[in-house]
Write a protein of this length. Sequence first.
Length: 296
Amino acid sequence: MAEIIQRDGTWTFDGETVRIVPGGKAHPVRLALGELAVPVQALAGISFEPERKGGRLRLRLRGGACPVLRAADGRLKDGSDPYVLVVEKDRTGVAEYFVDEVRNALLIEQVPEGPVDRFLLPGPALPVSGGGGDGTASFDGETVRLTWNWKAEESKTAGGPVSFPLSRIAGVRWLPSIGMENGFLRFEPVEGAVSAPPKYDTYSLDLWGLSKKEYTAVLVAAAVLARLPQARTAVDGSAGAPALTKAPAPAAPAPPPADDHDVLLRRLRELGELHRAGVLTDEEFSTAKQAILRRM
C-alpha cells in the first residue's frame, strides 16, 4: 500500500486502484467530485514534477477514460484538476515512492497507453448542479434544468427556467472563460445546433469567469456526457462536442486475482521476453520482477 497525505488531498494505491480524496480547501470542482477510485487499467502514466517548495503528483489517464476530462477537453487548470496533487517539500520522497509503485503496477498489468472505447470512471454523482454567470444548470440523470438569475438577458428570463429531457440532447460543450472572452455551457438539441450566442441561447449558460465556482459547470457537462447513449468516448482527435455513434462499447476484461500464481508466472515469462527483446531495460525488468514476486 502506498499513501501520501497532504493538505491538498490524500492519494492511496493498493496495487489495483488509486483512491483520491480532496483536501478540505480544494477547488470547488474537486470538492464536488469527492472521492475518486481510478482503476489501474484507466492509467496511461504518472509523474512527479519537482518544484522549489515541493512539487506536484500528476496522474495521466488514457484518452476517453474519464468523463470529466473528456468534457473539459484539456481546459482544466491544475487547481481544479482532480488528478493533480500539490506535494509539500518534506513529502517529495513519499511522492517518488508513490510514482514507483504505480509504474510497477502498469508494467505488471501491461496497461497500454492508448485510448479506451468506453468510460472507465463514472460521471459525477447525481443530482449534480453547477455554473454561474447568468444562471445555474442541474441534471438528475433524466432531465437538464437551466435556471436564470437576475444577470441573464430578458430573452432568457422572460420564459422562466428551461427543462429538457436527456433524449432531446445530441451533445454538450463546456468552455471556461479565457482572458476577456466569456465561457459557456451549451447543450445541443437533437433538432439542430443553435446559432445564437450563449448570452441569448436558452440552451446555454453564459460564463464570465468571475469565480472558481463557475468551473463546476463542467461537472454537469460530464454527467450528461457520461449518460448520452450515442456518445463515443474514445478520443478521435477532434475538439468540441463528442463524436456520436450508435455502436455499443465492449466491456473491459476483469483484472486477474492478485493471488493467481499461474497468471503471475505467465507475466514473469512475458517480462523476460520483453527484456530479451530490448523493450525493457535491466532496471525496469528488475523492478517489475520484484513487484511480481512480492505479490506471489
